[in-house]
Design a protein around this ligand. Structure first.
Ligand code: FAD
Length: 375
């Protein structure tokens, strides 16, 4: 029960928790360290859309597997994550946008994928009657949906603790040194010696990577969100729009949750993010254009969450090429919530079996490191 850890997970977001859970279930003695509190950054700020729709081809195999896992998430984590599969739609307002959706669909079919479907105005308005009738068509992934980020954090935390993970909040990793077969991780609380480290430090993962000698360039995102007062039931699917900064859904409590990637600003040194209200107004405008029937509705909260962004907007998942026993899982670039269940399983594969059957060929850390060396 109190065996010293053989695996240290750095970062108490959902990816750190999912990795820790899967590793503990695979027999590892896992300690997770989180500088602030679980879910302090992207995993607590997220819109929690569970989306396979419009994924980059490099992510589709693991995203589809993750969706299968979301469908049985309560059995996996033993708790409610607030997941509902009412679909996600990417709406085309104009005929030119419909052509874009047709090209995307053709590319998906050529690659053998059938999870995306093109629907015309009648079916679109049947699925989302509140949508403005000027909308022409949409790409839909009917099994997609959304979850509740806070219920998800609680469920993953409880499952990880039940599996034996020791969670140390308020504990920051400051340096990592190699000593014999182990890494000595110097934290704000104490030194921890382990042979295996999982770097799930979100926007700060580039700094953790640098501590073990991996130079992986990372940008930062500060995606903003709006939540309104509660209104009567309006729609079930999640709606995004071609060429507009909008992701729109209604929570189980009736609030409208509006995002879409509009950017505020973030300072990763101070760990603070700032909402840019001028930019945010574009999201509110797009929501009003698409759902004019709603009328005036009060905004009750806005925020911006900090998250890492890679050059190709794909995550970094894999073993360090330089540092034995170090595994990276970060850089989700605004769409990592959906991948949480599967990436935890992948990290456990990599650590415990030394490899994985899952297709992560396009996500290796080397692709960003090599790119930098070549520049
Ligand atoms: C506003 C917003 C909306 C989003 N909407 C969606 C969506 O609809 N669908 C979707 O799929 N994805 C979405 N995402 C993305 C998704 O939320 C993230 O990809 C995911 O939560 C990343 O989880 P993480 O565990 O990698 O990072 P985080 O949750 O940021 O966790 C990393 C943790 O590491 C800790 N840490 C960092 N450095 C150290 C250190 N030195 N020592 C100890 N701890 C450290 C941090 O404190 C932090 O808590 C959204 C993100 C945001 C911000």
């Amino acid at each position: 029960m109190n065996a010293p850890p053989d695996t240290l997970v750095i970062g108490g977001g959902l990816h750190g928790l999912s990795a820790a859970l899967n590793l503990a279930r695979a027999g590892r003695h896992v300690t997770l360290v989180e500088r602030s509190w679980l879910g302090r950054h992207a995993s607590g700020a997220t819109a929690a859309g569970v989306r396979t729709l419009n994924r980059d081809p490099a992510e589709i195999p693991i995203s589809l597997e993750s969706m299968e896992m979301w469908r049985r998430i309560e059995r996996i984590v033993g708790g409610d994550c607030g997941f509902h599969a009412d679909g996600q739609l990417n709406v085309a307002e104009r005929q030119g946008d419909v052509a874009k959706l047709e090209r995307r669909l053709a590319a998906m079919r050529r690659a053998g994928y059938t999870h995306e479907e093109l629907i015309g105005r009648d079916e679109l308005l049947r699925l989302v009657p509140a949508l403005s009738p000027h909308c022409a068509a949409a790409l839909v992934a009917r099994n997609d949906g959304a979850a509740d980020p806070h219920k998800t954090l609680t469920a993953f935390r409880r499952a990880a603790e039940a599996a034996g993970v020791a969670i140390l909040e308020g504990t920051s990793v400051r340096a990592v040194e190699r000593k014999g077969e182990n890494w000595v991780v110097r934290t704000s609380a104490r030194d921890i010696a382990v042979p295996v480290i999982v770097n799930a430090a979100g926007a700060w993962a580039g700094r953790v990577a640098a501590m073990v000698g991996d130079d992986i360039p990372l940008g930062v995102k500060a995606s903003m969100m709006i939540v309104t007062e509660r209104i009567a039931p309006l729609l079930k699917p999640v709606v995004s729009v071609v060429g507009r900064p909008l992701s729109f859904k209604q929570s189980g409590q009736g609030t409208l949750v509006i995002g879409g990637g509009l950017q505020g600003s973030a300072d990763i040194d101070t760990q603070r993010s700032t909402v840019n209200f001028r930019e945010l107004a574009k999201g509110a405008r797009a929501a009003h254009d698409l759902f004019p029937a709603i009328g005036p509705v009060r905004i009750v909260r806005t925020w911006a969450g900090i998250e890492a962004k890679t050059d190709d907007l794909l995550p970094v998942i894999g073993a360090s090429p330089n540092a034995p026993g170090v595994f990276h899982a970060f850089g989700y670039s605004g769409h990592g919530f959906q991948l949480v269940p599967v990436v935890g399983a992948i990290v456990a594969d990599l650590v415990v079996r030394g490899g994985t059957n899952r297709n992560i060929a396009g996500l290796a850390p080397e692709r960003l490191m090599n790119r930098q060396e070549a520049a």
